[in-house]
Design a protein around this ligand. Structure first.
Ligand SMILES: Nc1ncnc2c1ncn2[C@@H]1O[C@H](COP(=O)(O)OP(=O)(O)O)[C@@H](O)[C@H]1O
Ligand SMILES: [Mg+2]
Length: 274
Protein backbone atom coordinates (compact mmCIF):
# COMPACT_ATOMS: atom_id res chain seq x y z
CA UNK A 1 0.00 0.00 0.00
CA UNK A 2 2.81 2.39 -0.83
CA UNK A 3 0.57 5.17 -2.09
CA UNK A 4 -1.79 5.26 0.85
CA UNK A 5 -3.32 8.67 0.95
CA UNK A 6 -5.90 10.49 2.98
CA UNK A 7 -7.08 14.07 2.63
CA UNK A 8 -9.18 15.45 5.45
CA UNK A 9 -10.88 18.77 5.97
CA UNK A 10 -12.14 19.35 9.51
CA UNK A 11 -14.59 22.19 10.14
CA UNK A 12 -12.96 24.33 7.48
CA UNK A 13 -14.27 27.86 6.95
CA UNK A 14 -12.97 30.56 4.63
CA UNK A 15 -14.29 34.09 4.38
CA UNK A 16 -13.35 36.68 1.77
CA UNK A 17 -13.98 40.44 1.77
CA UNK A 18 -16.73 41.34 -0.73
CA UNK A 19 -16.74 44.37 -3.05
CA UNK A 20 -18.50 46.57 -0.45
CA UNK A 21 -16.26 45.38 2.38
CA UNK A 22 -18.87 42.84 3.48
CA UNK A 23 -17.87 39.32 4.43
CA UNK A 24 -18.47 36.54 1.91
CA UNK A 25 -18.41 33.16 3.61
CA UNK A 26 -17.07 31.06 0.74
CA UNK A 27 -16.89 27.93 2.90
CA UNK A 28 -18.67 27.17 6.15
CA UNK A 29 -17.68 24.23 8.36
CA UNK A 30 -16.60 21.90 5.58
CA UNK A 31 -15.90 18.33 6.67
CA UNK A 32 -14.72 15.87 4.08
CA UNK A 33 -12.42 12.92 3.69
CA UNK A 34 -10.95 11.42 0.56
CA UNK A 35 -9.15 8.14 0.97
CA UNK A 36 -7.84 5.59 -1.50
CA UNK A 37 -9.90 2.45 -1.93
CA UNK A 38 -8.34 -1.03 -1.90
CA UNK A 39 -9.41 -4.38 -3.28
CA UNK A 40 -9.91 -7.34 -0.93
CA UNK A 41 -6.33 -8.38 -1.84
CA UNK A 42 -5.00 -5.02 -0.64
CA UNK A 43 -4.37 -3.52 -4.09
CA UNK A 44 -4.71 0.27 -4.26
CA UNK A 45 -7.42 1.12 -6.78
CA UNK A 46 -7.35 4.86 -6.15
CA UNK A 47 -10.40 7.00 -5.68
CA UNK A 48 -12.18 9.41 -7.97
CA UNK A 49 -14.24 11.91 -6.03
CA UNK A 50 -16.27 14.68 -7.55
CA UNK A 51 -17.27 17.97 -5.95
CA UNK A 52 -20.49 19.04 -7.68
CA UNK A 53 -22.17 22.37 -7.12
CA UNK A 54 -23.25 25.66 -8.67
CA UNK A 55 -20.87 28.49 -9.53
CA UNK A 56 -19.67 30.31 -6.44
CA UNK A 57 -20.31 27.48 -3.94
CA UNK A 58 -16.63 27.26 -3.03
CA UNK A 59 -15.40 24.33 -5.13
CA UNK A 60 -12.23 26.08 -6.31
CA UNK A 61 -11.61 27.36 -2.79
CA UNK A 62 -11.60 23.76 -1.48
CA UNK A 63 -9.11 22.67 -4.14
CA UNK A 64 -6.90 25.70 -3.50
CA UNK A 65 -6.84 24.92 0.23
CA UNK A 66 -5.82 21.31 -0.43
CA UNK A 67 -3.23 22.46 -2.98
CA UNK A 68 -1.77 24.78 -0.35
CA UNK A 69 -2.48 27.90 -2.43
CA UNK A 70 -4.76 29.32 0.27
CA UNK A 71 -5.26 28.92 4.03
CA UNK A 72 -8.48 28.36 5.97
CA UNK A 73 -9.65 30.96 8.53
CA UNK A 74 -10.84 28.15 10.74
CA UNK A 75 -10.40 24.39 10.79
CA UNK A 76 -7.76 22.07 9.43
CA UNK A 77 -6.67 20.79 6.04
CA UNK A 78 -4.63 17.59 6.42
CA UNK A 79 -2.83 15.29 4.01
CA UNK A 80 -2.05 11.96 5.68
CA UNK A 81 -2.66 13.66 9.01
CA UNK A 82 -0.17 16.47 8.37
CA UNK A 83 -1.46 20.07 8.07
CA UNK A 84 -1.00 21.59 4.59
CA UNK A 85 1.29 24.61 4.77
CA UNK A 86 1.96 25.22 1.07
CA UNK A 87 2.09 23.61 -2.36
CA UNK A 88 3.89 20.28 -2.72
CA UNK A 89 4.70 17.70 -5.36
CA UNK A 90 2.39 15.23 -3.64
CA UNK A 91 -0.55 17.32 -4.90
CA UNK A 92 -0.89 18.17 -8.61
CA UNK A 93 -3.45 20.61 -9.97
CA UNK A 94 -5.09 20.88 -13.40
CA UNK A 95 -7.05 24.08 -14.03
CA UNK A 96 -9.78 24.95 -16.53
CA UNK A 97 -7.48 27.41 -18.26
CA UNK A 98 -4.58 25.86 -20.06
CA UNK A 99 -1.59 26.28 -17.87
CA UNK A 100 1.28 24.99 -19.96
CA UNK A 101 4.29 27.20 -20.59
CA UNK A 102 3.86 28.73 -24.07
CA UNK A 103 7.63 29.07 -24.57
CA UNK A 104 8.27 25.34 -24.10
CA UNK A 105 7.45 22.54 -26.54
CA UNK A 106 4.94 19.86 -25.59
CA UNK A 107 7.78 17.48 -24.62
CA UNK A 108 9.57 20.14 -22.56
CA UNK A 109 6.33 21.12 -20.82
CA UNK A 110 5.77 17.50 -19.79
CA UNK A 111 9.40 17.15 -18.70
CA UNK A 112 9.46 20.44 -16.78
CA UNK A 113 8.54 19.11 -13.32
CA UNK A 114 10.96 16.22 -13.71
CA UNK A 115 13.74 18.58 -14.74
CA UNK A 116 13.35 20.90 -11.76
CA UNK A 117 13.36 17.82 -9.54
CA UNK A 118 16.70 16.75 -10.89
CA UNK A 119 15.54 13.68 -12.80
CA UNK A 120 18.35 12.74 -15.23
CA UNK A 121 17.76 13.40 -18.97
CA UNK A 122 17.56 9.74 -20.02
CA UNK A 123 14.91 9.00 -17.42
CA UNK A 124 13.01 12.18 -18.32
CA UNK A 125 12.96 11.16 -21.94
CA UNK A 126 11.52 7.76 -21.09
CA UNK A 127 8.78 9.26 -18.90
CA UNK A 128 7.86 11.84 -21.53
CA UNK A 129 7.60 9.15 -24.21
CA UNK A 130 5.30 7.08 -22.03
CA UNK A 131 3.10 10.05 -21.08
CA UNK A 132 2.88 11.40 -24.62
CA UNK A 133 1.52 8.02 -25.66
CA UNK A 134 -0.80 7.75 -22.66
CA UNK A 135 -2.51 11.08 -23.40
CA UNK A 136 -2.54 10.66 -27.19
CA UNK A 137 -0.03 13.35 -28.15
CA UNK A 138 2.37 11.22 -30.21
CA UNK A 139 3.74 13.25 -33.11
CA UNK A 140 3.19 16.56 -31.31
CA UNK A 141 6.23 16.42 -29.01
CA UNK A 142 8.09 19.28 -30.67
CA UNK A 143 5.21 21.73 -31.23
CA UNK A 144 4.26 24.62 -28.93
CA UNK A 145 1.05 24.32 -26.88
CA UNK A 146 -0.63 27.45 -28.26
CA UNK A 147 -0.68 25.91 -31.73
CA UNK A 148 -2.89 23.09 -30.38
CA UNK A 149 -6.67 22.85 -29.85
CA UNK A 150 -8.14 23.28 -26.36
CA UNK A 151 -8.52 19.52 -25.87
CA UNK A 152 -4.92 18.87 -26.93
CA UNK A 153 -3.68 21.60 -24.60
CA UNK A 154 -5.50 19.95 -21.71
CA UNK A 155 -3.80 16.67 -22.63
CA UNK A 156 -0.47 18.48 -22.20
CA UNK A 157 -1.59 19.87 -18.83
CA UNK A 158 -2.69 16.41 -17.64
CA UNK A 159 0.56 14.79 -18.79
CA UNK A 160 2.60 17.51 -17.06
CA UNK A 161 0.75 16.91 -13.83
CA UNK A 162 1.04 13.11 -14.06
CA UNK A 163 4.78 13.31 -14.82
CA UNK A 164 5.77 14.07 -11.23
CA UNK A 165 3.50 11.25 -9.95
CA UNK A 166 1.51 13.25 -7.44
CA UNK A 167 -0.35 11.29 -4.79
CA UNK A 168 -3.48 13.27 -5.53
CA UNK A 169 -4.58 15.13 -8.64
CA UNK A 170 -6.83 18.12 -8.09
CA UNK A 171 -8.83 19.00 -11.21
CA UNK A 172 -10.77 22.26 -11.33
CA UNK A 173 -13.39 22.05 -14.12
CA UNK A 174 -10.60 20.91 -16.48
CA UNK A 175 -12.97 20.16 -19.35
CA UNK A 176 -15.36 23.07 -18.78
CA UNK A 177 -14.13 25.11 -21.74
CA UNK A 178 -14.20 22.25 -24.25
CA UNK A 179 -16.87 21.42 -26.82
CA UNK A 180 -19.16 18.47 -26.06
CA UNK A 181 -17.36 15.85 -28.16
CA UNK A 182 -13.87 16.83 -26.96
CA UNK A 183 -15.15 16.95 -23.42
CA UNK A 184 -16.50 13.44 -23.74
CA UNK A 185 -13.20 12.20 -25.27
CA UNK A 186 -11.27 13.77 -22.41
CA UNK A 187 -13.52 12.16 -19.80
CA UNK A 188 -12.78 8.77 -21.35
CA UNK A 189 -9.07 9.58 -21.42
CA UNK A 190 -9.13 10.52 -17.74
CA UNK A 191 -10.91 7.30 -16.76
CA UNK A 192 -8.44 5.22 -18.76
CA UNK A 193 -5.41 6.90 -17.18
CA UNK A 194 -7.02 6.74 -13.77
CA UNK A 195 -7.68 3.00 -14.14
CA UNK A 196 -4.03 2.48 -15.07
CA UNK A 197 -2.46 4.68 -12.38
CA UNK A 198 -4.90 3.98 -9.52
CA UNK A 199 -4.34 7.57 -8.43
CA UNK A 200 -6.55 9.66 -6.22
CA UNK A 201 -8.44 12.35 -8.09
CA UNK A 202 -10.57 15.12 -6.66
CA UNK A 203 -12.47 16.51 -9.63
CA UNK A 204 -14.59 19.68 -9.58
CA UNK A 205 -17.48 20.21 -11.95
CA UNK A 206 -20.90 21.83 -12.17
CA UNK A 207 -21.99 19.29 -14.80
CA UNK A 208 -24.24 16.57 -13.38
CA UNK A 209 -23.64 14.07 -16.19
CA UNK A 210 -19.87 14.50 -15.98
CA UNK A 211 -20.00 13.99 -12.21
CA UNK A 212 -21.86 10.67 -12.46
CA UNK A 213 -19.82 9.35 -15.37
CA UNK A 214 -16.51 9.93 -13.57
CA UNK A 215 -17.09 9.54 -9.84
CA UNK A 216 -17.03 6.84 -7.21
CA UNK A 217 -18.71 9.28 -4.85
CA UNK A 218 -20.09 12.77 -5.35
CA UNK A 219 -20.03 15.52 -2.76
CA UNK A 220 -22.94 17.84 -3.50
CA UNK A 221 -22.38 21.45 -2.48
CA UNK A 222 -24.64 24.44 -1.99
CA UNK A 223 -23.63 28.09 -1.98
CA UNK A 224 -23.80 31.16 0.28
CA UNK A 225 -22.24 29.92 2.40
CA UNK A 226 -20.50 27.01 0.68
CA UNK A 227 -21.37 23.75 2.43
CA UNK A 228 -21.43 20.07 1.56
CA UNK A 229 -25.04 18.94 1.63
CA UNK A 230 -24.73 15.31 0.62
CA UNK A 231 -22.21 12.55 -0.13
CA UNK A 232 -23.70 10.33 -2.82
CA UNK A 233 -22.22 6.97 -3.92
CA UNK A 234 -22.27 6.19 -7.64
CA UNK A 235 -23.45 2.62 -8.26
CA UNK A 236 -21.49 1.90 -11.46
CA UNK A 237 -18.35 -0.25 -11.55
CA UNK A 238 -15.03 0.01 -13.38
CA UNK A 239 -13.90 0.09 -16.05
CA UNK A 240 -16.77 2.36 -16.99
CA UNK A 241 -17.89 2.62 -20.60
CA UNK A 242 -19.64 5.70 -22.07
CA UNK A 243 -22.70 3.47 -22.67
CA UNK A 244 -23.36 3.68 -18.92
CA UNK A 245 -24.87 7.10 -19.68
CA UNK A 246 -27.78 5.38 -21.45
CA UNK A 247 -28.76 3.32 -18.41
CA UNK A 248 -32.00 3.89 -16.57
CA UNK A 249 -30.10 4.05 -13.23
CA UNK A 250 -27.87 6.79 -14.67
CA UNK A 251 -30.88 8.94 -15.53
CA UNK A 252 -32.46 8.25 -12.16
CA UNK A 253 -29.31 9.38 -10.36
CA UNK A 254 -29.15 12.44 -12.61
CA UNK A 255 -32.71 13.31 -11.56
CA UNK A 256 -31.87 12.76 -7.90
CA UNK A 257 -28.76 14.98 -8.01
CA UNK A 258 -30.61 17.73 -9.82
CA UNK A 259 -33.34 17.63 -7.19
CA UNK A 260 -30.67 17.92 -4.44
CA UNK A 261 -29.10 20.88 -6.21
CA UNK A 262 -32.49 22.55 -6.70
CA UNK A 263 -33.33 22.16 -3.02
CA UNK A 264 -29.96 23.56 -1.97
CA UNK A 265 -29.87 27.29 -1.28
CA UNK A 266 -27.78 29.49 -3.57
CA UNK A 267 -28.43 27.38 -6.63
CA UNK A 268 -27.16 29.10 -9.69
CA UNK A 269 -25.60 27.87 -12.83
CA UNK A 270 -25.76 24.11 -12.71
CA UNK A 271 -25.23 22.59 -16.06
CA UNK A 272 -27.55 19.80 -17.12
CA UNK A 273 -26.14 17.98 -20.09
CA UNK A 274 -28.34 15.08 -21.16
N1 LIG B 1 -9.72 35.59 -3.64
C1 LIG B 1 -11.02 35.87 -3.45
N2 LIG B 1 -11.41 37.11 -3.06
C2 LIG B 1 -12.71 37.40 -2.84
N3 LIG B 1 -13.72 36.52 -2.99
C3 LIG B 1 -13.40 35.28 -3.37
C4 LIG B 1 -12.04 34.88 -3.64
N4 LIG B 1 -12.04 33.57 -4.01
C5 LIG B 1 -13.32 33.17 -3.97
N5 LIG B 1 -14.15 34.19 -3.60
C6 LIG B 1 -15.61 34.11 -3.44
O1 LIG B 1 -15.88 32.91 -2.73
C7 LIG B 1 -17.02 32.26 -3.27
C8 LIG B 1 -16.62 30.86 -3.72
O2 LIG B 1 -15.75 30.96 -4.84
P1 LIG B 1 -15.16 29.71 -5.62
O3 LIG B 1 -14.46 28.82 -4.66
O4 LIG B 1 -14.37 30.24 -6.75
O5 LIG B 1 -16.48 28.99 -6.14
P2 LIG B 1 -16.69 27.92 -7.33
O6 LIG B 1 -15.36 27.39 -7.72
O7 LIG B 1 -17.60 26.88 -6.76
O8 LIG B 1 -17.36 28.65 -8.46
C9 LIG B 1 -17.54 33.14 -4.37
O9 LIG B 1 -18.55 33.97 -3.84
C10 LIG B 1 -16.34 33.95 -4.77
O10 LIG B 1 -16.71 35.18 -5.30
MG1 LIG C 1 -14.39 27.41 -9.53
Amino acid sequence: MENKLKISLHDVSRTFPGPQGEKIEALHNINLEVEDAYTAEGRDVGELRVLLGPSGCGKSTILRLIAGLDRPDKGQVLVNGVPVTGPGLDRGMVFQKYTSFPWLTVADNIAYGLKINGVPPAERKKSVKHLVEAVGLSGFEQVYPDTLSGGMQQRVAIARTLAVRPQVILMDEPFGALDAQTRSDMQELLLRIWDETASTVLFVTHDVEEAIYLADRIFIMSAHPGTIVEDVPVPFGRPREPSVKQKKEFHELQGYLLACLRRAPGRGQVRVSI
